[in-house]
Design a protein around this ligand. Structure first.
Ligand code: CAA
Length: 295
């Protein structure tokens, strides 16, 4: 018997071609996962060809690493590489039956992308969003077929994090939900169905940890001290290393969304924003430099 709330998997629609909107790091990571696990063509797009090429280069590099580690045979590596293509022409999404966006984390941008894509794709294609904390319902507010809408939230690094938050909104059809759960399973992830609330489940908790770490920084505790203090309590990485992993801009956006939704419960750190505005990438090895900037 199915657990309460679980969709009837019989309703799942086949996914024979995947479209990924955006070729940034998150999008590239899951484009690769779709190709590797579903073994179907995956099309990525972005605003300009240089971004697309950067995404493809990342994907090819990761395939190469997996081959070198002996995780993929030569044939598999070549097959997966051939399955992923990139373009700036969104019309090529026409025969995709699953399209997922991972563009800039701003409501208007995501709505605009969906408005552009929906007329191109078939009536039955699923439209998924990888938003980390925005309202899925609002992202799809202008869709003509809102039953195709679902949140499908990956975690960084996609290859190793075992969870996907599947976000159901009132309009999400049983078919769409069943397809999402089946796709998650085929990707080798465990999926939870969450309500469409700011931060869903995981980011609501992570935003607390990141926010309080940023508050400690604002109050004069240095980053290395915060990292060192938290290391022995069993977190896989310190809060600033985690922010570095997900990206400072993404972390600041998640924080903003949570503060806007629950002003009395979340903390808006000026430091988090100041650091997110630093233009050069803040890689782990530069955490010392980050500390200097924040003094
Ligand atoms: N891409 C691919 N594989 C990666 C990777 C990456 N970016 N980073 C690590 N890995 C792989 C490594 O190759 C390694 O695989 P093998 O053992 O098979 O070789 C494995 O992961 C473990 O890596 P390491 O031994 O280098 O390091 P570790 O044991 O310290 O684990 C970690 C690294 C898995 C990232 C771990 O530190 C961790 O779980 N950190 C917390 C990550 C987390 O909380 N993510 C959620 C962020 S929130 C988010 O993403 C949502 C959002 O909306 C903002």
């Amino acid at each position: 018997k199915r657990p309460a709330g679980a969709p009837d998997r019989e309703l799942a629609q086949p996914v024979k071609k995947v479209g990924v909107i955006g070729a940034g790091l998150m999008a590239s990571q899951f484009a690769l996962l779709f190709a590797r696990k579903l073994r179907v063509p995956v099309l990525i797009t972005d605003l300009d060809q240089s971004r697309v090429d950067k995404g493809l280069a990342y994907i090819h590099g990761e395939i190469e690493k997996m081959y070198e580690k002996g995780r993929l045979s030569h044939d598999d590596a070549n097959q997966i590489k051939a399955l992923v293509s990139g373009t700036t022409d969104k019309k090529l999404y026409a025969d995709c039956d699953w399209v997922i966006e991972a563009v800039f984390e701003e409501l208007g941008v995501k709505q605009q992308v969906f408005a552009e894509i929906e007329p191109i794709i078939s009536e039955t294609a699923v439209l998924a969003t990888n938003t980390s904390s925005l309202s899925v319902e609002e992202i799809g507010a202008n869709l003509k077929n809102p039953e195709r809408l679902v949140g499908f939230h990956f975690f960084n690094p996609v290859a190793v994090m075992p969870l996907i938050e599947v976000v159901k909104v009132d309009t999400t059809s049983d078919e769409t939900l069943a397809t999402a759960m089946t796709v998650a399973k085929k990707l080798g992830k465990s999926a939870v169905i969450t309500a469409d609330r700011p931060g869903f489940v995981v980011n609501r908790l992570l935003a607390k940890v990141m926010g309080e770490a940023a508050r400690a920084l604002d109050e004069g505790t240095s980053m290395p001290v915060v990292e060192r203090a938290l290391a022995p309590i069993g977190l896989p990485m310190g809060p600033f290393e985690l922010i570095d992993l997900v990206g400072w801009k993404v972390a600041a956006h998640v924080q903003d969304t949570m503060v806007a939704a629950f002003p009395e419960r979340f903390y808006a750190s000026p430091n988090l924003h100041a650091l997110a505005d630093v233009s050069e990438p803040l890689v782990k090895s530069k955490l010392g430099k980050v500390e200097d900037l924040s003094k």
